[in-house]
Design a protein around this ligand. Structure first.
Ligand code: ADP
Length: 386
């Protein structure tokens, strides 16, 4: 072989070697890519399955409508929430908001941050918008946190409220009874000699007996509502006559506190109502206005037509109701702090009024600036006869 032949052979072998090496490298790379693709695919399937499981969990809870569910990303931004969570937090809670903005609860925010920091599940109780909730925080892959909120059962809450109620009502009934006993003793022992002094004692007895009567009536009304016997029979009723009858029943209490009780109701307003029940509901509002407004105050009863309804308003110029208490005043057994300290009561009057108004197809609400002297207005609607 000539030198040229050798060189040619070497070139061919080198070229073949290079080709073989390239083929092998590319083959290995292809194999590598294939493995990566398989792993990625498997991860994708896993992720999709996890997501599907999460979605179906949330969907199940949405159907049940029991729990509020919030899904948060690693940064604490709300990814999604179900209808119950919407109800708990209101319209401000939307995906894209931070948990703090959406829930307005530093306690809940800290709870989730704590669970993340500890990398552990959390199961505890938190008060949201004044109601007790069981809160569970689950940590999922990718920093996702699922927060499940369950309102402590109505029964549980009522059970606790009832226990408090029995303790309180015993005290509430005992206070006027003790006063009556002492006043009667004073009368019997002849401590009060002048006719004015005797009259003064009788008036005090009358006030205490009124308080006892109102409380026992509220207890009876509650028992009737609970037993389902409070059936509403709607008939055409003159609103003015109904208001006048209620006012004349309570006028003596207002006179004793030198309060003005005025009526501003046209004669032509006719509503569909159950006179007995509605007059009791209205009576509870007027009774409260007299009770909470100081001596010399004014209470105004008015009614007018609005948007196809009849709106009845009871307005006083008493201490008002703080904004924080306003959403709670219609709850059973709720009593404001001031009321608990200074006035007799069951915490049932407004809950009964709400029940009666709603059974009439109406709604009831309160408006107050919460400033003493600026007073409170309670409104409720009634269906007109025509
Ligand atoms: P109570 O037996 O305490 O009067 P209610 O259900 O009638 O119970 O009222 C609930 C609470 O609402 C009261 O304890 C009081 O704090 C508040 N409230 C009701 N009416 C008035 C009013 N006219 N002025 C100020 N506060 C009121």
């Amino acid at each position: 072989m000539t030198l040229l032949d050798w060189i040619t052979l070497l070139a061919v072998v080198t070229a073949l070697g290079l080709l073989a090496w390239r083929w092998r490298t590319e083959h290995a790379r292809a194999e590598q890519w294939q493995t990566v693709a398989v792993i990625a695919d498997r991860r994708l399937v896993d992720a999709r399955q996890q997501l599907e499981a999460l979605e179906s969990q949330i969907a199940a809870l949405e159907v049940a409508q029991i729990d509020g569910v919030l899904v948060l990303n690693q940064q604490g931004t709300l990814l999604r929430l179900n209808a119950t969570a919407h109800e708990i937090f209101g319209p401000g809670a939307i995906p894209g908001e931070s948990l703090m903005t959406a829930s307005r609860s530093a306690e809940l925010d800290e709870l989730v941050s704590g669970a993340r920091a500890r990398q552990g599940e959390t199961d505890t109780q938190v008060s949201l918008e004044g109601l007790p909730y069981r809160v569970r925080v689950h940590l999922a892959d990718g920093g996702v946190a699922v927060v499940v909120l369950r309102e402590l059962s109505e029964l549980q809450r009522l059970g606790r409220a009832r226990r408090d109620f029995i303790a309180n009502i015993s005290h509430e009934l005992r206070t006027p009874l003790t006063s009556v006993r002492l006043l009667v003793e004073s009368l019997m022992t002849g401590v009060a000699e002048s006719p004015e002094a005797v009259r003064g004692l009788y008036e005090k007895i009358n006030t205490e007996v009124n308080a006892l009567e109102q409380m026992s009536q509220e207890l009876l009304d509650l028992a009737q509502i609970e037993s389902g016997q409070a059936v509403v029979r709607l008939v055409p009723v003159s609103v003015r006559e109904l208001v006048e009858a209620t006012v004349s029943r309570l006028q003596p209490q207002a006179v004793r506190k030198q309060q003005g009780l005025t009526i501003h109701v046209g004669e032509d307003l006719v509503a569909l109502a159950d006179t007995e029940q509605l007059s009791r509901a209205l009576g509870n509002l007027v009774h409260n206005a007299i009770k909470f407004t100081p001596e010399g105050g004014n209470i105004r009863l008015a009614a007018h037509r609005k948007d196809g309804d009849i709106v009845v308003a009871v307005t006083d110029n008493g201490p008002g109701i703080a904004a924080a208490d306003q959403p709670r005043v219609f709850e059973r057994f709720f009593r404001g702090d001031r009321a608990r300290l200074r006035q007799s009561g069951t915490g049932l009057g407004l809950a009964i009024a709400k029940h009666v108004v709603e059974a009439h197809g109406g709604r009831i609400w309160v408006e107050s600036e919460g400033i003493p002297g600026r007073g409170t207005s309670f409104f409720f609607t009634l269906l007109p006869n025509s």
